[in-house]
Design a protein. Structure first.
Lengths: 292, 330
């Protein structure tokens, strides 16, 4: 006879076993990337595999990020300062396009929430901008961009990221605006505030934290975008994901440590941002349809 | 909305000058927002779609001078693409990849969410670890996967040590395994997505029906199947539909890791279109494939949107959203 408390203890331990197993599966690749970034080159693909870098070294980071030549004396020499430039590009492009999307998106969202300037059907059609795979437009896009002189420019990428993340911005900010009682705006309107003042001085400040969450959420998307960046950028402007992909297939062979050092640098900001808004991720990814 | 519409229709009051000026102001406000949006779409999207249509009917490769001199070939290219077995296989592969990874993400995500929807010690830590894979850059995953999956790499070594058997599949170079490998990567990457959405859904289920069923003596199993699962339906649909659409578009991991290889084993639609356009420089053929894929995706997306619309109503009712009553202010 199994008592109730005993059964509860068993089910609790089953839960911990299952959850811990998946936690290991989820974390191991991330651990491996971090560990590899601290390994000297002899341990990158040693047999048997080296699970803990010994001694850990910073040479990968110094070489990849700062082009430190003294660490590039091996056959795996990579010495350029491109990653720092890419870091700057990525930061500017992601920030600018995300700001534009959130700013414009929240105004649209306000109009939809309060004045239905887009019908429900149009709102769902807006989602198509996101749901149709970008691969179907990249070839004509690159020709069009080259005609406009937008190829290989920050403006070009900012523009297309702005457009493709707009649906997220509209839907996510709308879900926040819907939660704001409209009595406050009505009071402001009675006092004679114009609609634009109401938007920028009352409604948007009220959903401040929601706007920050939306901003950071879209930042995650633009920061890690690959395909459009691959097409639009050539040599002048590269973003970090593109920079990373250049470290593969070069004549040096496999340069795991260097790649890992670069990868860690790209991923850490993303993880920090994601963990900051972890309570809003479900809302973001579901276009505001799921809330907590 | 409906109430406002009915009352406006039933009592045809002449609008006062004040109301009329307010309506004008609202209209101005509406167009000052929609104007830029339409301009943006007209400036960026329309020319692109037009170019795509043009290249679908005109044979052009980069070796021919200017693109506007391309030869009109009518539907020849469509015929070429539709009879290209490689294209057919890419469609099959994409659907397989998307379906498989969607189901994988869903099953694991659901199991995790179910185990985590009630508070317990360490919940916050598990939550943080579980969402990390989603917070990595897809290209990074591709390269990390390469570091993990080569034949005498750490993954095979670990599995061999734990199981005690020699375990040496060639994850990336065996054409029979390569597609499942990228499916596993996709599942690893996006299980967090299904997990957070289902967890949010499970936590939002009202407690009363569950408690009522338990009081009536329903087993845990029956409560799950007959109370929790039906209430979760909208969230389940959301997790499946959005994940499927994203998986259909997956490019960075597949491309950065395998470029469609070995052979054509991982050549999904995005990869094949990319290869055709940017490696074989068959712009027109690529455009036609894009066009067909776009039509296919529009059909899928329209269907998905129908589902989402229905489920969103249920969700809005669940959250008691203010959006349920979006009439214009009086």
């Amino acid at each position: 006879m199994i008592t109730k408390s005993r059964r509860r203890r068993i089910s609790a331990s089953v839960r911990y076993v299952v959850l811990t197993t998946w936690a290991v599966v989820a974390f191991f690749p991330i651990y491996w990337m971090i560990a590899t970034s601290f390994k000297p080159d002899t341990q990158w693909f040693a047999w048997p595999p080296v699970y803990f870098p010994h001694p850990p070294t910073l040479s990968n980071y110094l070489n990849v990020w700062f082009g430190a030549e003294q660490y590039a004396a091996t056959q795996y020499a990579i010495s350029s300062q491109k990653p720092l430039i890419s870091l700057l590009n990525s930061t500017v492009i992601a920030t600018a396009s995300t700001l534009l999307a959130v700013l414009f998106g929240s105004v649209i969202a306000y109009g939809v929430s309060r004045y239905r300037i887009l019908s429900e059907t149009r709102m769902f059609q807006l989602l198509m901008l996101r749901m149709i795979p970008p691969i179907v437009i990249v070839a004509p896009l690159s020709l069009y961009y080259s005609a406009l002189g937008l190829l290989d420019s920050m403006t070009g990428l900012i523009l297309i990221y702005f457009l493709t993340t707009l649906p997220y911005a509209v839907w996510m900010t709308k879900s926040f605006i819907d939660e704001v009682p409209r009595e406050i705006e009505q009071a402001a309107e009675i006092l004679g505030a114009t609609r634009w003042r109401t938007v920028f001085e009352i409604v948007l400040p009220l959903i401040r934290s929601g706007l920050v969450a939306t901003f950071l959420f879209i930042l995650i998307l633009t920061w890690s975008e690959y395909l459009l960046a691959l097409i639009v950028t050539k040599t002048q402007v590269t973003t970090l994901p593109i920079e990373l992909s250049k470290y593969q297939g070069t004549t040096e062979g496999r340069v795991y440590g260097r790649q890992a050092a670069l990868a860690v640098g790209i991923t850490i900001p993303l993880m920090i941002v994601g963990l900051v808004i972890r309570r809003h991720l479900a809302r973001g990814f579901s276009f505001g349809m799921v809330r907590r | 909305m409906s109430v406002a519409a009915i009352s406006a229709g039933a009592i045809p009051l002449k609008p006062s000058p004040r109301e009329r000026s307010q309506q004008r102001a609202i209209r101005r406000f509406r167009w000052s927002i929609l104007g830029p949006l339409i301009a943006l779409l007209a400036f960026v999207l329309m020319p692109v779609l037009f170019l795509q249509l043009y290249f679908s009917f005109h044979q052009w490769t980069v070796y021919l001078g200017s693109w506007w001199e391309a030869e009109y070939v009518g539907l020849d290219l469509f015929q070429e693409v539709l009879t290209d077995p490689r294209f057919g296989w890419a469609v099959v592969r994409s659907l397989l990849f998307a379906t498989g990874s969607t189901i994988g993400c869903f099953l694991i995500g659901f199991a995790l969410a179910y185990l985590m929807h009630k508070p317990f010690r360490g919940q916050a830590v598990y939550y943080i670890i579980f969402i990390l894979p989603m917070l990595t850059v897809p290209v990074v995953i591709a390269y990390t996967a390469e570091m993990l999956l080569y034949q005498s790499g750490p993954l095979n070594d670990l599995i061999s040590r734990i199981s005690g058997y020699e375990f040496k599949p060639m994850w990336l170079t065996n054409p029979h395994i390569a597609l499942p490998t990228i499916m596993l990567l996709e599942i690893w990457n996006w299980t967090p997505f299904s997990f957070i959405i289902l967890l949010a859904g499970l936590s939002a289920i009202p407690k009363e029906p569950i408690e009522a069923a338990e009081i009536l003596g329903a087993s845990k199993w029956r409560v799950f199947w007959e109370v929790q699962l039906p209430l979760l339906r909208p969230v389940i649909f959301l997790a499946l539909v959005l994940r499927f659409l994203e998986a259909m578009a997956e490019f960075p991991k597949t491309w950065a890791l395998l470029q469609g290889g070995p052979g054509t084993a991982t050549e999904t639609l995005p990869v094949y279109i990319f290869l055709t356009t940017w490696q074989y420089f068959e712009i027109s053929k690529g455009a036609v494939m894009s066009y067909i894929v776009m039509l296919l995706m529009i059909a899928i997306v329209l269907f998905a949107i129908r589902l989402l619309r229905r489920e969103k109503r249920t969700l809005d009712a669940l959250y008691g959203s203010a959006a349920a009553a979006p009439e214009a202010p009086a």
